[in-house]
Each structure stands twice: as structure tokens, then as C-alpha cells.
Write a protein that binds this ligand. Structure first.
Ligand SMILES: Cc1cc2nc3c(=O)[nH]c(=O)nc-3n(C[C@H](O)[C@H](O)[C@H](O)COP(=O)(O)O)c2cc1C
Length: 200
């Protein structure tokens, strides 16, 4: 399937076939789609929690507006925004050092990054990067014939507490349910390009 066909075919699945299980290889590939995503300054501030155990899915469902995707999907991937690493000196240095630039250029990049970060809402900025990873995971999965549903309908604090997160360091950006959809795709509804684009 081409990328374009996958994007046209993909839809947010509201109910999965609970008997259908994705393989470890399929999930690993979806995680790779996330890992290979671009991020601002290359800081990769996403972390992934894969939920495959039905017991955890059952416990999470009431914290996610009772949505049936949570318990019927094969795997649930929670994307966490790592606010701590992007402010951590060692992490910052390692992320810039790996570019293999000379000392002066590396120091210049780090200075620019710190100035940039000082003017950011770190929670919002790291979450934006997580959404890029999420889009790639969803689209990549679609190309592999795997259905999904991105999920923002959850009680953030309760889910973070369930995972035992220190939310000053790591917070949930969004969840994605993956599996095989048990419902027909609805008709695609999108605004026409003329409404969206301005050419200069
Ligand atoms: C960030 C994000 C969060 C979403 N959260 C939910 C959700 O909690 N529950 C749900 O059923 N759909 C959710 N959706 C799916 C959207 O409702 C859906 O993508 C949109 O209506 C367009 O439909 P389509 O994806 O089927 O083309 C979410 C989509 C995105 C991108």
C-alpha cells in the first residue's frame, strides 16, 4: 500500500476485534515508526508504554471515558512527554555531542537550545514532539494494514497515577489503540483544500 493509499484508508477505529492479536514484530515496527520521527533540536522527548495485558486495559478503560477501544484493541501505546531529560545537562550534552560537530559548534548549538527552551512551555513543547511520533506510528501502521485510534479522551492525572509517573518529569501526551477494527470505515469527512491552503 502506498503512503497516500494508507492515509486515505486510515480512520479512527471505535471498536476493535478483541480476538485479533498483533504480533511482537508488528508492535516493534510501530515503535520504530515513532522512534524514527523528527523532533525539535533532535531531542526525542517521547517515551512509550506498551500495554498488552488485558488486566491493565480493563483498569485503564474507566480512566479513559469508558471508551471501548481501550479494552478491545490488541495493544495500547501510551506516549509520554519527557520533560526531565530535555532539561538534564548530561542528556543535552549527549544529544548534541552525537552530531559529531567540533567543540565550538556544539557549544553554540547548546547555547541556542537553552535560550530556546527558556522561552518554551516545556510541557507543551515536548507534547508537540510526541504528536509527531504519534502521527508517524498511526500512518506507518495504516501502511502495514493495522487499524488504530488516537485517544485524548482520558483523565490525565488518574492515568499518570495508575502508571506511577512523577508528572513533573514525565506526562502523558496521548494514547493510541492498535488492532483490527470490528466496524466498517465511515465515510471520510475532510474540509476541501481550498479552505485550508493559501498560496503566496
Ligand atoms: C489527538 C487526537 C485525539 C483523539 N481522541 C479520540 C478519542 O479520545 N476517542 C475517539 O473515539 N477518537 C479520538 N480521536 C479520533 C478523531 O475523532 C478522528 O480522527 C476524527 O474525527 C477524524 O476521523 P478519522 O480519523 O476517522 O478520519 C482523536 C484524534 C486525534 C488526532
Amino acid at each position: 500500500m502506498s503512503c497516500f493509499e494508507a492515509l486515505e484508508r486510515r480512520y479512527a477505529c471505535k471498536l476493535f476485534d478483541p480476538k485479533h492479536r498483533l504480533s511482537k514484530e508488528q508492535i516493534d515496527k510501530i515503535l520504530e515508526y515513532g522512534r524514527l520521527s523528527p523532533s525539535s533540536f533532535g531531542m526525542e522527548p517521547w517515551r512509550f508504554v506498551v500495554v498488552e495485558n488485558q488486566k491493565h486495559k480493563e483498569a485503564l478503560r474507566p480512566l479513559c471515558w469508558g471508551q471501548p477501544q481501550i479494552t478491545t484493541c490488541s495493544h495500547l501505546i501510551l506516549i509520554l512527554a519527557d520533560k526531565a531529560s530535555v532539561r538534564n545537562e548530561e542528556y543535552i550534552e549527549a544529544m548534541f555531542a552525537r552530531r559529531g560537530l567540533d567543540e565550538k559548534a556544539t557549544a553554540g548549538y547548546i547555547r541556542r537550545y537553552k535560550e530556546f527552551l527558556a522561552n518554551q512551555d516545556v510541557s507543551c513543547w515536548t507534547q508537540k514532539q510526541c504528536y509527531i511520533a504519534a502521527a508517524n506510528m498511526i500512518s506507518g501502521a495504516a501502511e502495514d494494514g493495522i487499524d488504530s485510534c488516537p485517544i485524548e479522551g482520558f483523565e490525565k492525572e488518574r492515568v499518570e497515577r495508575y502508571l506511577g509517573l512523577d508528572s513533573a518529569k514525565l506526562e502523558i501526551a496521548l494514547l493510541i489503540a492498535f488492532g483490527k477494527c470490528a466496524k466498517e470505515a465511515p465515510k471520510k469527512q475532510r474540509l476541501p483544500l481550498e479552505r485550508l491552503v493559501r498560496w503566496l
